[in-house]
Design a protein around this ligand. Structure first.
Ligand SMILES: *Cc1c(COP(=O)(O)O)cnc(C)c1O
Length: 397
């Protein structure tokens, strides 16, 4: 539809494709054309499209109760929180509707713990350059990218951006007002950049030394995508707080902020709330999602298929001078190219494979965790075919 004829704000640079149906790893547009989905609604549909177990649980819940105020007890939330805490180092959960809201809750909890429980009044949070934490005023301020802040001044106080993976520089960013350090274990929107284990160990050491809370944003990396249920589990660390959203409800909107026991005292009745957070239907979708991931060992599957995908990409692209790097963990993989990838992505879409960028020069692959080796072979052939025609910048061609 022409931009001028749309009654929507044009906040998205939309691809010229109208998707109308999804089934497993496939999507179909309004002309009936089939696409292999290596994007998953941006790391959301990790069980594939319309997964049966989630559909059954959702429809059963639709017959019972859709919404109930959080002023009443919430059995589905209790069950979901039990599942999440049983399989992580967290002891308590707050449910909301999105990644930004989960991070907003994490920021509020960190500040309130320092103000009400510790009584330090510390409020500053160190985040990292190229990070992405959401689009609310606080979370876009936490984000280490200028493009999301343009035109939104004045921004809330209390966020400092340190260079990512620079262990030596980090302590210099800690002030008398610092209350927490917040990071993604893999900077996803920032270009699929993994945190170095030594950098993460330094963060943990500094948090202990200076009494800071460690907050991990697992909105994109969580729920099995990297080969463990949560990406921080690769590092053997226990964050004070971590956040989830994208894949938690298989497409039904739900977010979660999870924290350690000591933080419970900071979130007292009335201190934070959400009308829709963890509504009976949202929690039902998430319970079925988590149970399916665990029963079908999908994090392990993501690790195996991620290795397979990385191997195939190296096989097909290593001789290509236009490809600068192939990186990632499990089923979040970035292909860094020597120039802007928007045109390549359009060409890949045209050949029936849906992928997305991560910054201007990186093609990002986020297939569902139920993808098969055949799907991967097909996807890699399409990507290699499109990139085969590209030449490195400055090659004179
Ligand atoms: C997508 C994302 C967010 C924001 O989530 P929304 O649901 O869009 O608010 C925050 N952090 C990370 C790492 C993300 O990938």
């Amino acid at each position: 539809m022409a931009e001028s004829a749309s009654a929507l704000f044009s906040t998205y640079a939309r691809f010229p494709i109208t998707l109308v149906k999804g089934e497993g790893t496939k999507l179909y547009d309004d002309t009936g054309k089939e696409y292999l989905d290596f994007m998953s609604g941006l790391a959301v549909t990790s069980l594939g499209h319309a997964p049966q177990a989630v559909k059954e649980r959702l429809t059963a819940q639709l017959d019972e109760l859709w919404h109930c105020s959080n002023l009443f007890s919430q059995p589905n939330q209790e069950k979901l929180a039990g599942l999440l805490t049983e399989h992580s180092s967290a002891d308590a959960v707050f449910f909301c509707n999105s990644g930004a809201e989960a991070n907003e809750a994490a920021i509020k909890l960190a500040r309130r713990y320092h103000s009400k429980v510790l009584g330090t009044g510390k409020y500053q949070i160190i985040t990292f350059q190229q990070s992405f934490h959401g689009r609310t005023l606080a979370t876009l301020t936490a984000t280490g990218q200028d493009k999301v802040k343009d035109g939104y001044a004045p921004l809330p106080e209390g966020f400092v951006h340190a260079p990512f993976n620079d262990a030596a520089a980090l302590e210099g960013y800690i002030t008398a007002e610092t209350c927490a350090i917040m990071l993604e274990m893999i900077q996803a929107e920032g270009g699929v950049l993994e945190a170095d284990p030594a950098f993460v160990q330094e963060i943990v050491r500094l948090c202990e030394k200076h009494g800071l809370l460690l907050i991990v944003d697992e909105v994109q990396t969580g729920m099995g995508r990297t080969g463990k249920l949560f990406a921080h589990q690769h590092y053997g660390i226990e964050p004070d707080i971590f956040t989830l959203a994208k894949a938690l409800g298989s497409g039904f909107p739900i977010g979660a902020m999870l924290g350690k026991e000591k933080l419970k005292a900071a979130f007292t009745p009335g201190s934070h709330a959400s009308t829709f957070g963890g509504t009976p239907i949202a929690a039902a979708a998430a319970i079925a999602t988590v149970e399916t991931m665990l029963a079908e060992k999908l994090p392990e599957r993501a690790a195996e298929l991620g290795d397979y995908l990385l191997g195939k990409l190296h096989e097909s692209l290593d001789g290509n001078g236009y490809v600068l790097a192939i990186r990632g963990k499990g089923l979040i993989i970035g292909i860094e190219c020597a120039g802007p990838v928007a045109g390549d992505i359009a060409a890949i879409h045209q050949q029936g494979l849906l992928v997305v960028s991560a910054g201007p020069n990186v093609i990002r692959l986020l297939p569902s965790l139920i993808i098969t080796e055949d799907d991967i072979d097909r996807a890699v052939a399409i990507i290699a075919g499109v990139l085969a025609g590209r030449k490195p910048v400055g090659s004179g061609v």
